[in-house]
Design a protein around this ligand. Structure first.
Ligand code: 6GU
Length: 225
């Protein structure tokens, strides 16, 4: 998979893509992430990428031309499955959306800043608008990093058996059950006997019960009961 991220702050995104799972995905050749500095596509002499908004009001708006030029150039080189705009007024990201995106070949992710982008870019270029939750970030970059992390770990061959995404919270619509490692007793608290029993069926059933119990307590909205 190839992901092109258009941003006015490429530095902010260097680090998350050069660590841990995403780094491994890139090294294995399963994921290619390109950070594109929108400033390189500025068309005026000051190389600006934003301007005052028509109608007045506080906050700058990202200009049409640099974004259009950048996306046109990318599209002239290959087909893109989606042109995603990261914005707090987009659709809230869910695991099921991530699963679908992880099957795509080429994605563009545009990170918004300030008051956002000129509406005409949304009309002409954007195919999907994504928010990562009901709070406002200063820019779309950190949200884009979250989206790419969530996608990257699903690419076949990125995770090994132990970390397999099949057993994630949310993949079966339930939160994960509690987990334990050594020692068997810590500050008077013992690991549940069933986990030490070696009885696979009982362990499976216990984990499933605990997953349901935890989901009912913390995220009853996930259980359509
Ligand atoms: Cl995608 N961008 C910004 N700026 N704020 C957000 C967001 C995105 N998702 C939640 N808050």
């Amino acid at each position: 998979m190839r992901i092109d991220i258009i941003t006015v702050q490429p530095d902010l995104l260097e680090s998350p893509f050069n660590h841990s799972i995403l780094k491994r995905a890139k090294q294995k050749g399963l994921l290619e992430v390109n950070l594109i500095n929108l400033r390189d596509y500025a068309t005026n002499k000051h190389r600006t990428t934003d301007d005052y908004q028509y109608g007045g009001g506080a906050g700058m708006v990202m200009l049409c031309e640099p974004i259009a030029k950048c996306i046109d150039e990318l599209k002239s080189e290959r087909h893109y499955d989606e042109v995603i705009y990261m914005t707090p007024d987009g659709e809230t990201l869910k695991q099921s959306d991530v699963n679908i995106l992880s099957l795509k070949q080429n994605l563009i992710i545009l990170c918004g800043h300030y008051k956002g982008i000129d509406e005409r870019i949304r009309e002409l270029y954007i195919t999907k608008e994504i928010s990562i939750g009901d709070y406002v970030l200063s820019g779309g970059e950190l949200a884009a990093a979250i989206l790419v992390d969530a996608i990257g770990r699903l690419l076949p061959g990125v995770l090994n058996d132990e970390t397999s995404a099949l057993f994630d919270s949310f993949q079966d619509g339930l939160l994960s059950p509690p987990v334990y490692t050594r020692p068997e007793e810590f500050k008077g608290l013992k690991v549940p006997d069933v986990l030490l029993s070696g009885h696979e069926k009982n362990i499976r059933e216990w984990r499933h019960e605990k997953a349901i119990e935890r989901t009912r307590q913390r995220r009853p909205d996930l259980l359509n009961e």
